[in-house]
Design a protein around this ligand. Sequence first.
Ligand SMILES: Cc1ncc(COP(=O)(O)O)c(C=O)c1O
Length: 475
Amino acid sequence: MLFQGPPTERPAPERLFAQTAGRDRTMLTTDEILKQDDHLIQSFADLNALKQQGGRTVISRAEGAYVYSNDGEKLIDGIGGLWCVNIGHGRREMIDAISEQLATLDFYSTFYNFTHPKAAALAQKIAELAPGHLNAVHFANSGSVANDSAIRILQHMNIRLGRPEKKQVLSRIGAYHGATYLAMAMTTPAYADGWHAAHDIVHHLPSVHHWRDGADASEEEFLDHLISDMRARIQEIGPEHICAFIAEPIQGAGGVITAPKGYHKRAWEVCQEFDIKYVADEVVTAFGRLGHFFASEDVFGMVPDIITTAKGLTSGYQPLAATIVSDEIHDIVSGEGGVFLHGMTYSGHPAAASAALKNIEIMETEGIPENVRVTGAYFEQKLLALRDIEMVGEVRGSHFMMGIEFVKDRETKEGHPPEAQIALEIARACQKRGLIVRPLGNVAILSPTLIMDIAMIDQVADIMRDSILEVQAGL
Ligand SMILES: Cc1ncc(COP(=O)(O)O)c(C=O)c1O
């Protein structure tokens, strides 16, 4: 755009929100914002439907457990931004920590021989919180890249160990590990349908979803089957070709799928047996969502070789992700033998590292993970109670990571056809009542801020019930 002369007077920041008839709104109307938004490509959206039918919600402001639409509607943020705003929105200490950091050191990288105080302090803090031997941290800006980094680090390790052919990855049907070229290949194949991705190095083990994919056996039998299948696949591919097994403790974007009890420990034992490194993708499950800083050891009783995390690490106030590796892996990649040719300009950005440190401090001083063990367990119980509704097939998940799957027929578990967009209908009914939930096929996902109290949890459960009943009545 051409420079048009001196800038015209701009409104003072406090005037950006004008009070109009008791409702907050930005200086731009929603229609004006949507006109600008026509230039934005939304992620994971039906772009044509957005263009033809509209339906975009402009979120202009946020505070605590709520967000506000540009038209002033107050909505409970039932998806915590995107499974990430764990401490809640608008915390003044976070904003101060980020701006103070920017005023001191806006940017320096962690490339070559450079580092800076906040990246160093955060690496040490994460090492302190992470289980067992996980003591070295590489930073990125998204969970996808943290997962790519995990595999790259393992490939680098294996090259150094003189086994360059050990490069392939075991993942699982139902997984979501991100949208970069490699992370997309590690994600369940439906996400890369027809696209080229790094498929040649990724193998998907079957779904671990007992209710939908293994209910003709008991949970224990299903687990035995999954583990013997894993062993057979490894032998078929050849363990000498496999560097990593990657798994979310609870599969999130795949529909909030919990594996049979004891699965992760047994899968880890198989990895040990074949010298395959276990990468736990804790992009969602870490930083309090399941009631602990990390879920691998505290919830699932195993210490992986690598944990990747993002989202709740800064509660979404800044983009930051971490790949946390074991002493063994770190010793090998930092041993003699050349340069570690990997990193992103903003790995460990000072403002993001500062946000993470303050976020962790808030979580520790306010005992947020401990609270979640109580409020999250209550949330789980309240949602489980929705199982008495005819169209609810399964309610699953743990604490503040829950999914509700809707069925057409409870007996056969037959789902609604995709064109019925059943979860979207329910999400719309919820939003009308003041709650944001995330629709995903036949599943409604709830991953709220971790600060919801009992009264608000009751309100969310009531809204869910009323909305599901409304949609059910219209079927
Ligand atoms: C388990 C898991 N891993 C990785 C990612 C990718 O993270 P990002 O979107 O920050 O790249 C996500 C995102 O939702 C996730 O849920």
